[in-house]
Design a protein. Structure first.
Lengths: 231, 83
C-alpha cells in the first residue's frame, strides 16, 4: 500500500493479478453463457438468432471450447497461485470456511430481524464472499469435467454408457444455469446493489476500497491492518 | 434410418458426430420410466436452483428490511446508525 493510498484513506483489496484473473473470468463466463445457453435453448428464437450471430452451430461450438480452455487455464493458474505464492497462501487461509461463518450468517439474520444488537464482524472475507468463491470453484470443476466428457464424446462413449453422457449433458447445462443464478442474484447484489457499495464496489477495477468502508463492512480486517501499521 | 448413415444424419446438427455418437437412444424424452437418472438429476437441479433463488431474494429482502427498520428507529431517536 503506497503512502498516497493511505493519505487518500484507501486500502488495496484486490491485487493487480487478482483483478486480471477476475476480469478474464468475467469475460469468459459471459462468452460461455451466451454460446452455451443458445445451444441449451436452441428451440427459442432468440437463441437461434444468437447461434447465427456466433457463426452457426459449428462455430458456436468452437468459440465455446476456446473460451472453456482459456477459463480452465485461468483456473489452473489461480489454483497454483493460491497454493504456492506468498499472497495466494494468505488469501487461501482467509477464504477457509470455519464454524464462525455459520455463526456469522445466523447472527446477520438475527440482526436484520432485530433479535441481535450487533452485526457480525467479518475478516477480509465474510460468509457472502466465501459462499461465492467456493460455489464458483465447485461449479467450475463440475462443469469442466462434464464439459470434457461431452467434448470428447467419441472417446467417452468407449468408456462410459450412453446413460453417463446423458447425465453429463444435463449436469453441464444446469450447472451453467446455477452459476448464472448465483452471479445474478448473489454476486451482482453484493458488489453492485448493496447499499454500502451502490453503484459498485470499485475494487475489481482500481483494486482499492475506502478504509471507512472496510471499517464498517470488514472490521476485523480493518483492525488487523491497523495493528500491522498498514493503516 | 440406416445405422451406417448415422454420422451423416446426426452430423447435420451435431458437427463431428462419429460412429459411436448414437450408440444409445438419442433425443430422449425424459420421463421417470425411460431415463430415471436424467429425470432425477433434472428434478434435483430444478428444485435446488428454485430454492436458491427464493433464499437469495429472502436474504436480500431481509437485509434491506433490517436497514430500513434501523434507519427508522435511528431517526426516531434522532441519530443515524452506522449500518
Amino acid at each position: 500500500m503506497s503512502r498516497a493510498d493511505l493519505a487518500a484513506g484507501e486500502v488495496i483489496r484486490m491485487s493487480l493479478l487478482f483483478r486480471i484473473q477476475h476480469l478474464v473470468l468475467t469475460v469468459l463466463l459471459l462468452v460461455l453463457a451466451v454460446t452455451g445457453f443458445s445451444l441449451m435453448y436452441h428451440d427459442n428464437a432468440l437463441a437461434q438468432a444468437l447461434i447465427r450471430l456466433e457463426g452457426g452451430v459449428h462455430n458456436r461450438g468452437i468459440i465455446h471450447r476456446i473460451a472453456a480452455v482459456l477459463l480452465m487455464a485461468n483456473v489452473v493458474h489461480h489454483l497454483f497461485y493460491m497454493l504456492f505464492s506468498r499472497e495466494g497462501k494468505k488469501e487461501f487461509l482467509d477464504l477457509f470456511i470455519t464454524r464462525q461463518d455459520i455463526g456469522d450468517f445466523l447472527q446477520s439474520l438475527r440482526y436484520n430481524i432485530g433479535l441481535a444488537a450487533e452485526y457480525p464482524r467479518f475478516g477480509k472475507y465474510g460468509y457472502k464472499e466465501k459462499f461465492q468463491y467456493w460455489g464458483a470453484s465447485l461449479g467450475i470443476v463440475l462443469i469442466s469435467i462434464t464439459g470434457f466428457m461431452l467434448w470428447a464424446e467419441e472417446f467417452s462413449m468407449r468408456f462410459f454408457p450412453k446413460f453417463a453422457l446423458d447425465l453429463a449433458m444435463v449436469i453441464h447445462g444446469y450447472q451453467g444455469m446455477l452459476a448464472f443464478v448465483i452471479l445474478f442474484f448473489w454476486h451482482l447484489y453484493n458488489v453492485h446493489l448493496h447499499p454500502s457499495v451502490f453503484p459498485m464496489n470499485p475494487s475489481w477495477i482500481t483494486g482499492k476500497v475506502s478504509a471507512e468502508w472496510l471499517r464498517q463492512e470488514h472490521p476485523l480486517e480493518y483492525e488487523k491492518l491497523k495493528g500491522e501499521g498498514l493503516l | 434410418m440406416n445405422s451406417r448413415n448415422l454420422p451423416k444424419t446426426c452430423g447435420k446438427c451435431h458437427p463431428n458426430a462419429g460412429p459411436n455418437f448414437a450408440k444409445g437412444a438419442v433425443h430422449v424424452e425424459v420421463s421417470p420410466k425411460k431415463a430415471m437418472g436424467v429425470f432425477a438429476v433434472r428434478m434435483f437441479y430444478t428444485v435446488f436452483i428454485s430454492a436458491l433463488v427464493i433464499l437469495f431474494v429472502l436474504h436480500v429482502g431481509l437485509e434491506l428490511y433490517g436497514r430500513w427498520n434501523r434507519r427508522r428507529a435511528g431517526a426516531g431517536r434522532g441519530k443515524e446508525e452506522g449500518r
